[in-house]
Design a protein. Structure first.
Length: 220
């Protein structure tokens, strides 16, 4: 739901109030102690952009988003983790993997040389080299490409590219929260879990919400 839609549904007097609510809830959608991904995990990066609003301060056309997704039996997908990359480098994927994937897991990647390091970091590494592989990347890493495609569709279809660069990470948190609970049959329980996480999340003043990169003094 967009901030404008939330404003209409709940009857808020200002758009800013609805926007602040959504931003606060997005910051409650990721538990610091959440379990790491495990089993067979695909790892790669996708690029998202803002072709229509790039010049007006929206997302850059070449923003790299790192993706790790569990690959289950029968081509099913498990949980996902997403994170904005400062720059599009395969070396960033190694650090990302160490943060979100449990040691001992099997990690599938493309043939980037830097990713060979994963084999020495406690992972079973399956590497698909473009020149050696007879199949395209979307066949070897279907989960990553599916998640990337759905993410771009959500950003364009639901949010209409109205995501600024400095807030993109929090929208990825919302997408992760939704994706990892997509098969839940209890929508009320999801609402309860979000409220539960919200009351355990540190406060985020409006000034911080507007500019996440600037330091904000929080009174005790």
């Amino acid at each position: 739901m967009s901030a404008l839609g939330l404003q209409r549904v709940l009857g808020f007097g200002s758009y800013e109030t609805a926007w602040a609510w959504l931003q606060k809830l997005r910051r409650a959608m990721v538990r610091p102690d959440r379990d790491l991904l495990s089993g067979v995990v695909e790892l790669d990066e996708v690029f998202v952009g803002n072709e229509s609003r790039g010049a007006a301060g929206g997302m850059k056309d070449n923003t790299a988003v790192m993706v790790a997704v569990e690959s289950l039996d029968d081509r099913r997908l498990g949980r996902v983790r997403l994170e904005v990359a400062e720059v599009a480098r395969s070396s960033n994927l190694v650090g990302f993997a160490m943060r979100v994937i449990e040691e001992g897991s099997t990690v599938k990647t493309d043939g980037a040389t830097n990713l060979k390091r994963l084999a020495g970091l406690g992972y079973e590494h399956q590497r698909f080299v473009g020149l050696d592989s007879k199949e395209p990347a979307h066949v070897n890493l279907p989960g990553v490409h599916m998640v990337g495609s759905l993410l771009k569709r959500w950003l364009t279809g639901t949010l209409h590219y109205a995501v600024s660069q400095e807030h993109l990470a929090y929208y990825l948190d919302e997408y992760t929260f939704r994706f990892n609970r997509r098969t839940s049959n209890s929508r009320g329980l999801l609402f309860y879990r979000l409220l539960q996480q919200a009351v355990n999340t540190d406060p985020h003043p409006l000034a911080e919400l507007r500019n996440p990169l600037a330091p904000v003094d929080v009174p005790f």
